[in-house]
Design a protein around this ligand. Sequence first.
Ligand code: BDR
Ligand code: CA
Length: 323
Amino acid sequence: MQKVILDCDPGHDDAIAIMLAAGNPAIELLGITTVAGNQTLEKVTRNALSVCAAAGIRVPVAKGADRPLVAPQMVAEDIHGDTGLDGPVLPEPQFALDPRHAVDFIIDTVMAHEPNTVNLVPVGPLTNIALAMRKEPRIVERVRSVVLMGGAHTRGNVTPHAEFNIAVDPEAADVVFRADWDVTMVGLDLTHQALATPELQDRVRAIGGPVSEFVLGVWGFVGDAYRRQYEFDSPPVHDACCVAALIDPAVFTTAKADVRVELHGEWTKGATVVNFQDVPGMHHSNGSAERQTDFRANVALTLDWDRFADQIVDAVARLTAGL
Ligand code: BDR
Ligand code: CA
C-alpha cells in the first residue's frame, strides 16, 4: 500500500486523480492539499470538498498557497470554466477543512510517518511543495517519492514549450527539480496518451449511479474544451496518471533525464528542458549552488492505456459500491 498526499487544483483531471487515489486499495490517501492553479484557491478548495462529497471520500483536505512564489497568478478558465470544475453538479461539502495550512499539513504528515513511506503527488503548480521544502528541508530526504504532473519534453500547452503547472509557478518547479529526491515527471508527452475515449466513457457509464454520472459530467465539459482549444477527440486525464503509477509502476515506462526549468526565456519561460542521457551534459551556476548534469529525474514516456483505463473503471465501481 502506498501512502499518498495529493496536492491538487481541481480541476477536471484532478477530480479523477482524487477518485482514483481514494478508490484503489493499493493507495492510502493521507490527505488532499490544494493550491491555486486551474482556478483561484477558494474555488479549487471548494471543488476538492465537492469531489469528496460526490464520491463519499473522507480524508483531510487542507488549503494551501493562493498564488505562485514570484510569477503573477494565472488560471485556466478556458479549460476548466468559471468554477474550475464546470460540468458536473457540484455537491455541497460534507465536512470542514483541516485547520492547518497545506504546507504544514504536508510537513506534519511526512515527518509523522516512517522515513521513505510517504509519496507526494503534486498535480498542480508546485508552490505548496516548494514552500514546504523551504520550511522543513528534512522532508526532501524523508519522502519516498515525488510523482508530479507537469512539464513536457516535446510540446507545451500554454506556450509551444511550457506546460500549465510549470508555467504557473516556474520558480517553485525549479526548487522541486533541483532537490535531491526521487522525482518522476509525468508530463504532457505521457498524459496526452491518457485519453478518456468513448470506450472508457462507455465503461464508466455502464457502472451507473452518481459517481459514474459525476465522472461523465467531468469528461463532458473538459472534452468540449479540449476539442475547441486543442482539437483533441477525447480529453486527457493528466493528473490521474501519477496516481496510476503508484498503484502499478508498469502503467508507464520512464527514462532517466536531467530536468531543468527555464526561468528566463522570452518565449520559453516555464518550459522543462529535458536532457536524456544521449545528449551532452550541462554545467550551470546560478550564483548560489553549482549543479553538474545529473540524470536524477524519471521522465514518463509510454502509457499502457489498457491498464490505466482498467484502474479508472475499477475505482469508479469501488466508490459507487461504497456510497
Ligand atoms: C495540467 O494543467 C491543469 O490544467 C491540469 O489539471 C493538469 O494538472 C495539464 O497541463
Ligand atoms: Ca491539475
